[in-house]
Design a protein around this ligand. Structure first.
Ligand SMILES: N[C@@H](CCC(=O)N[C@@H](CS)C(=O)NCC(=O)O)C(=O)O
Length: 289
């Protein structure tokens, strides 16, 4: 069974292939990633947003090669190799892993706004904490709910409608916290209104993968279309704005392979036969790795 997981196409395609190619030269800062992985896409988006010089190395995390495990004993992508002494050529490297930690590290370490663009966290201490609170909600509730839904099969003790409603509830809880989208109140589509932030980065990869639920699951995604959201129409409208802006964001589009390859890669999730750690944890009702 595990063999199928390691038979994934070995390289990104489409826009992501171009980006990977443009970052294939040896560099002291190196991202080990898998094109299909949403956790990797988070780190990739930050590297792109902040114009951080780096090398992208495509690996298959299911193969657990010994040099990969030496860097990251958890054996998961993204894994970042950070130069011990960047000024000294960066031959020696130390590892970092966990997508949210990698993203925070990159944002802090490449802080020169002239070179790397705006900080992905706001200046106000309270607002920074509020961002982290909602990142926590994304990681603890929205993302596990995505896998619970996509891995739903008729044998489960929960129904597909329950999985859908739980996912919707968690999305709308986040949407309620999004800054208002009307001009008087600051405008803009992002979590913080007109400012793109780490909250947007943390959720974007799963927003991009919602089409897989539409593709694979009975009844599809079922998110209300414009005007169909009933008493939650205002919130769904805000969600649609965020979603539209996210799917059009350059850093999101350019870290995206061709749709058909995700369809192939997620078949095992949709059939609930994946042996990935995330998939197994979901099956057992455990916390995600
Ligand atoms: N909590 C980790 C999760 C990373 C993760 O699960 N990556 C998957 C690919 S999407 C992986 O490397 N899977 C290898 C495996 O399951 O054996 C993070 O945020 O970086």
């Amino acid at each position: 069974m595990a063999e199928v997981d390691i038979s994934l196409p070995a390289h990104p395609t489409g826009a992501a292939a171009k980006l990977a190619e443009a970052h294939s030269a040896l560099r002291p800062l190196r991202l080990y990633g898998g094109w299909f992985c949403p956790f990797v896409q988070r780190s990739w988006i930050v590297l792109h947003e902040k114009r951080i010089p780096h090398q992208y190395v495509e690996i298959n995390p299911y193969k657990k090669a010994s040099d990969f495990l030496a860097l990251n004993p958890r054996g998961l992508v993204p894994t970042l190799a950070v130069p011990v002494d960047p000024s000294g050529g960066g031959k020696e490297q130390k590892p970092l892993y966990e997508s949210s930690i990698i993203c925070e590290y990159l944002n802090e370490e490449y802080a020169d706004e002239g070179k790397h663009g705006r900080n992905l966290f706001p200046e106000s201490g309270y607002e920074r904490a509020r961002c982290r609170l909602w990142i926590d909600h994304i990681s603890k509730n929205i993302i596990p709910g995505f896998y619970k839904w996509i891995q739903h099969t008729p044998e489960k003790e929960y129904s597909i409608e329950e999985a859908r409603q739980e996912f919707f509830k968690n999305v709308l809880t986040l949407v309620k916290e999004m800054n208002a989208d009307n001009e008087e109140q600051g405008g803009g589509s992002w979590f913080l209104g007109d400012r793109f932030s780490m909250v947007d980065v943390m959720l974007a990869p799963w927003a991009m993968r919602l089409f897989l639920i539409e593709h694979y699951k009975p009844g599809g995604l079922g998110m209300p279309a414009e005007g169909q959201g009933g008493e939650d129409e205002k919130l769904w409208g805000r969600w649609r704005r965020w979603f539209g802006a996210t799917t059009e964001r350059k850093s999101v589009k350019e870290t995206w392979s061709e749709d058909e390859y995700y369809v192939r890669a997620y078949k095992r999730y949709a059939e609930d036969t994946t042996q990935s750690e995330v998939g197994q944890a979901t099956r057992k009702g455990k916390k995600l790795p």
